[in-house]
Write a new protein. Structure first.
Length: 236
């Protein structure tokens, strides 16, 4: 009887592990031409070879000379998502006098209403003199910072930023290490995107996966209609 019970428990554990292993990657793009995306026809975004690695193709997001405050790019088809993780690699290669920042948007309601996690190098604005900082913004009525963390990034360095939203909790990881969290996210669902402010950044391996984890190593899928939305006019 004990042997049978042990066997049943073992089977249940195997099934749980198997279920976790096949958690779905809902979207992945390494910008190597593996997805059919509609890109907005604006000079701020291009698909180019990585200057540091000609064998790699990246998204280049450059708003250093932008005069329209168009800074956020949203992916359509995920507006009803609730709990998920967004992960992307980024390399800030160009800055202006005040900014060198790259951000991930989650739970987006409108072009000016969302949660923003922004990693900044040599940020000289907002009354914060620290050179390297990560800010979590509850975008809506202004730009309130609800969480922050000191980080160590420099220009022309690759890093991986990951943002998870589950219920009202937002968790941030940089290069695989959890560095910040916020437990009062006001938006129950919403899409995601990327934000660039007066900087030039290389972006690669953008992925969104469900709350059970990434399935990229198992079977990546593009199961939803994938279209990058137009750049949204915004202002900080």
């Amino acid at each position: 009887m004990k042997a049978r019970q042990l066997c049943v428990v073992s089977i249940c554990l195997i099934l749980l592990l198997f279920e976790s292993a096949i958690a779905e990657t809902l979207f992945f793009d390494d910008f190597e031409g593996n997805t059919e995306l509609e890109w907005p026809d604006v000079p701020a975004i291009t698909i180019e070879k990585d200057p540091g690695n000609p064998d790699n193709t990246v998204l280049v997001f450059d708003t250093r000379n932008d005069q329209t405050n168009a800074d956020a790019l949203f992916l359509k088809g995920f507006e009803d998502m609730t709990d998920y993780t967004v992960r992307a690699k980024f390399n800030i290669i160009g800055e202006t006098a005040e900014f060198a920042a790259f951000g991930i948007i989650v739970r987006a309601q409108l072009a000016t209403e969302y949660m923003l996690v922004e990693a900044a190098q040599k940020r000289l604005c907002c009354g914060d003199p620290r050179e390297n900082i990560l800010n979590v913004f509850e975008r809506g009525g202004g730009w309130p910072i609800v969480a922050k963390a000191d980080i160590d990034i420099e220009l022309d360095e690759w890093h991986e930023l990951s943002v998870t939203v589950a219920d009202k909790k937002l968790t941030v990881a940089l290069d695989g290490k959890q560095i910040a969290e916020y437990g009062k996210v006001p938006y129950p669902k919403g899409g995601f995107g990327i934000r660039e402010w007066k900087s030039q950044t290389l972006i690669d391996d953008v992925e969104i996966f469900d709350k059970d984890g990434s399935s990229l190593a198992v079977e990546p899928r593009n199961k939803l209609a994938i279209t990058w939305g137009m750049l949204k006019a915004d202002q900080q």
